[in-house]
Each structure stands twice: as structure tokens, then as C-alpha cells.
Ligand binder design. Structure first.
Ligand code: HEM
Length: 306
């Protein structure tokens, strides 16, 4: 999961954000700094396959690249080109992801080890598919954005060994959501590899923005020993995440992609958010929902209500 604090967030809405984030964690309020339009609750999340045509392409690419009237000209790469299209075009999806019960529950400190380790297991199958695709793709644009320092699989394996023990491999199975996500990655890699850029963006940038804060929150709310089970959130080879993000966005904007290809990447990024939401929603549902259902049906039958 990704929830993010930019240590030195350089961009709009920055000044108040660290305080807001701490506030969110402490006051248990689901805040969304990326959502211009307020909260879109997870309950209203659209079905898989939904793509946010409404929110995103209100502006054609050429307009999105121009600063709006009154807006300062900037050389910040995040305010230009495909980086801007992705930021604007996935805002609504980001808000939905932030509002899943698992994520807000986690911020409230109600997360439990079982759910968290299941999340790590799901992420294993997702990153295994992603990083295999990045490793093997012939698409030069995807390769340009693929940095060894971003790779997460080895860190996830460390975390799995912490949660499940040395034979973790035999103990984890992909959930339906993780399988669907991994299948999507493989399909895109085979059919339209440039869409892998959306997968790089949604996961790695999210992870980078969140990084240390999420790791720290997990340790606190789950009572983990420092650094144990949270390697995923630490980018050991990226000492300055904001500088790295700026370099990554600059490379992203320099790619030679048509407007149609850029729009397809934004669509894919929205689908990737949805796939992530599915994974969080599975965590909400299990194992408590199942246990509760069993409990309540046995109570109902003992009361003669079944
Ligand atoms: C409670 C959960 C979350 C919180 C509080 C959160 C918060 C943030 C914040 C503060 C930023 C910096 C962006 C800005 O300055 O506007 C950000 C960026 C980002 N987040 Fe999250 N986030 C959460 C969950 C997620 C999830 C689940 C994903 C995807 C799996 C995600 C993907 C991203 C991406 C891709 C960016 C980069 C945005 C851009 O610059 O284009 N986030 N997030």
C-alpha cells in the first residue's frame, strides 16, 4: 500500500501537507490531498475495467501542457506533459484508493498483522509480474523508466520471510485480486508494452511518495520491531526521493509518445488504481467478514431465525 508524505514535497498544496498527514494519522480521518473534488468513498468505486474518462480527458493533452491562466510558469516536470496528465487524470482514482476501509483503518492504527501480511503477499504476486515484465520487455521507453533502485521484489521477499517464516513461498497463494492484477500486467506486457509505464507510475511513484512514513506507521500500529516486515517501504538506494522523483518525471515527459498513447497510459493508470483498490477491499473482507458471517448465522440458527 502506498500512502505518502513527501519529505520535501515541492509542489502545490505542500506547506500544510505534512501537518495534515500527521493529523490524519492521529485523528483517524481519511484525508486526500490529491483529490480536488473531496472524497469519493470506496462504496462508490466503479467496477473493474472502469476508466475515468470523465475526470481525465476534460482537457486535451495540448491544453494540459499549457499553464492555466494565472498559473505560474514552472520548470517543475510534474506540472507538465505526461506527468501532469497522470497527476490530474488519476486524482479521482487516488481519492478512492485512499478511502478504502483497509487504508483508513490502517491510518487509524486498527490494522492487524494478518491483513498487513496478506497485503504483502498480494504485493509479492503483483511485483513479481511487474518486475518480470520490466526485465524482459523490449520496449525502450519502459526500460528508460526502469531503475534497479526502484525494484521491490527482493524487499518484499524479506518482509514475507519475517511474517511467514523461511518457508513463506509454500504458504502464500495469490488472492483473486492479486491474480487479476498480475494477469493484467502480463497481458499489457505482451500486447501493448508502453502501457507498462502506467504500472511503473502508479506503484513506484506511490511507494516513493509514501515510503518511510508508511513503514513507520506500520511499525507503530502493528507493534513491529523497527525495520522488520517493512523493507518494502524503504528505498535503500534512493537517499533523496524527491530528487529521484523529479528525475523520473523529467524522463517520463521526454518520452516520444503520441497523444493517443499518453491518453491510453492515463486510462491504464486508472485501471491500475482500481486493481489496487480490489486488493485493499479483499483485505477488508477477510478474514473478519467470513468469521462474522459464520458467527451470526450460527447465532441466528440457535435463535431459530435462520
Ligand atoms: C491513505 C492512502 C494514501 C494517501 C494518504 C496518499 C497520499 C499521497 C500524497 C500526499 C501524494 C503526493 C501528491 C501530491 O502532492 O498531491 C501522493 C502521490 C501519489 N500517490 Fe498516493 N496516497 C495514498 C494511497 C495511494 C495508493 C493506494 C496509490 C496507488 C496504488 C497511490 C499512488 C500515488 C501516486 C501514483 C502518486 C504520484 C502522484 C503524481 O505526482 O502524479 N497512493 N499520494
Amino acid at each position: 500500500m502506498t500512502a505518502h508524505v513527501g519529505q520535501s514535497m515541492p509542489l502545490r498544496r505542500r506547506a500544510a501537507r505534512p501537518l495534515l498527514i500527521v493529523g490524519a494519522a492521529m485523528m483517524a480521518l481519511p484525508l486526500c490531498w490529491r483529490a480536488g473534488a473531496g472524497f469519493a468513498g470506496a462504496a462508490t468505486a466503479p467496477p473493474l475495467g472502469w476508466q475515468s474518462a470523465t475526470a481525465r480527458h476534460a482537457e486535451p493533452a495540448a491544453v494540459a501542457e499549457r499553464p492555466a491562466a494565472g498559473q505560474e510558469l514552472t520548470d517543475n516536470p510534474r506540472k507538465q506533459g505526461l506527468a501532469l496528465m497522470l497527476d490530474d487524470g488519476t486524482r479521482k482514482s487516488h481519492s478512492m484508493a485512499e478511502n478504502t476501509q483497509f487504508v483508513t483503518g490502517f491510518f487509524k492504527g486498527l490494522g492487524d498483522k494478518a491483513s498487513f501480511s496478506q497485503l504483502v503477499a498480494s504485493l509479492y504476486f503483483v511485483y513479481e509480474a511487474m518486475e518480470t515484465a520490466f526485465e524482459t520487455t523490449a520496449d525502450q521507453q519502459v526500460r528508460t523508466l526502469d531503475y534497479p533502485a526502484l525494484r521491490r521484489l527482493a524487499a518484499i521477499e524479506e518482509d514475507l520471510a519475517y511474517f511467514y517464516g523461511p518457508d513463506w513461498r509454500s504458504q502464500i497463494q495469490p488472492t483473486a485480486g492479486a491474480r487479476l492484477y498480475a494477469e493484467r500486467v502480463a497481458k499489457v506486457a505482451a500486447e501493448s508494452p508502453e502501457l507498462l509505464i502506467a504500472h511503473q507510475y502508479t506503484r513506484y511513484l506511490g511507494d516513493l511518495f509514501g515510503g518511510q512514513m508508511m513503514g513507520g506507521m506500520a511499525e507503530k500500529s502493528l507493534g513491529l520491531e523497527s525495520g522488520s516486515g517493512t523493507s518494502f517501504y524503504r528505498f535503500r538506494d534512493i537517499p533523496d526521493p524527491m530528487a529521484f522523483i523529479t528525475e523520473w518525471y523529467t524522463k517520463l515527459n521526454a518520452l516520444e509518445l503520441s497523444t493517443a498513447e499518453k491518453e491510453a497510459i492515463v486510462d491504464e493508470a486508472n485501471l491500475v488504481f482500481r486493481l489496487n483498490i480490489e486488493i485493499f477491499e479483499e483485505l477488508e473482507g477477510s478474514p473478519f467478514a467470513a468469521v462474522w458471517q459464520l458467527f451470526s448465522s450460527s447465532v441466528r440458527s440457535s435463535l431459530g431465525l435462520a
